[in-house]
Design a protein around this ligand. Structure first.
Ligand code: PRP
Length: 217
């Protein structure tokens, strides 16, 4: 029997085999991680939301609200205060449907941070720049949820002694209300659920959507 003496080439194949066996599990792990990240992104952008109000329904309701506001404030001077960031789209649509002259200003308040739950702590990062003493004020918000943001703003503005102050919200989510707060004009009342689109965001995504969606858990 002739014993085969391993050549340099045999050693090379053997070494390659060991390397392949060693790195195979790592490659598999990387593949699994990348696949799950891609799946998550896909769910976030494409699947996990369902339409709640279409742009046509929104348009119709905005017009109705604007008609009512125009009627109620006919012959009066009106200052509309939008709450950034969420209200910017609703407010832009609303003021273009209101048929009486009005002035606008903005305050910036934040409560949600980067999650889908309100932090409960309201922070004002931009005050209004208009004098509202003895003026009729209409606060415009995209949504009232716990009510903490509007409660804070109402208290803040009341100290400037406006002649009157009313609230217009596009969405009224009543279930998680923590304070007594009723809006004077409401687009739609909704159940609990995280809504996005038409100015409302989740981690700054979806504000641009012309329709309103509810995120599915
Ligand atoms: C949202 C929304 C309201 C507030 C309502 O703002 O635009 O301002 O939360 O919640 P509340 O009734 O529980 O206080 P957010 O703090 O997310 O900031 P944003 O407007 O910049 O999105």
């Amino acid at each position: 029997m002739v014993k085969q003496i391993p050549t340099d080439l045999d050693f090379e194949f053997h070494a390659r085999g060991i390397i392949f066996i060693d790195i195979l599990p790592s490659l598999w792990l990387v593949y699994v991680i990348l696949k799950s990240v891609r799946k998550k992104k896909f769910i976030m952008n494409e699947i996990s939301r369902e339409i709640l109000f279409s742009r046509a329904e929104i348009e119709k309701r905005v017009k109705e609200l604007a008609d009512q506001i125009s009627k109620d404030y006919a012959g009066k001077e009106l200052i509309i205060i939008g709450v950034l960031r969420g209200a910017f789209i609703f407010m832009a649509d609303l003021i273009r449907e209101i048929s009486i002259p009005c002035k606008v200003d903005f305050a910036r308040l934040a409560s949600y941070g980067a999650s889908s739950e309100s932090s409960g702590k309201v922070v004002m990062t931009k005050d209004i720049e208009t004098s509202i003493k003895d003026k009729n004020i209409l606060i415009v918000e995209d949504i009232v949820d716990t009510g903490l943001t509007l409660q804070y703003l109402v208290g803040w503005l009341k100290e400037r002694n406006p002649a009157s102050m009313k609230i217009c919200v596009f969405l009224d989510k009543r279930k998680r209300r923590k304070v007594t707060l009723e809006a004077d004009y409401v687009g739609f009342t909704i159940e609990d659920g995280f809504v996005v689109g038409y100015g409302l965001d989740f981690n700054e995504q979806f504000r641009f959507s012309p329709d309103i969606y509810v995120i599915k858990q």
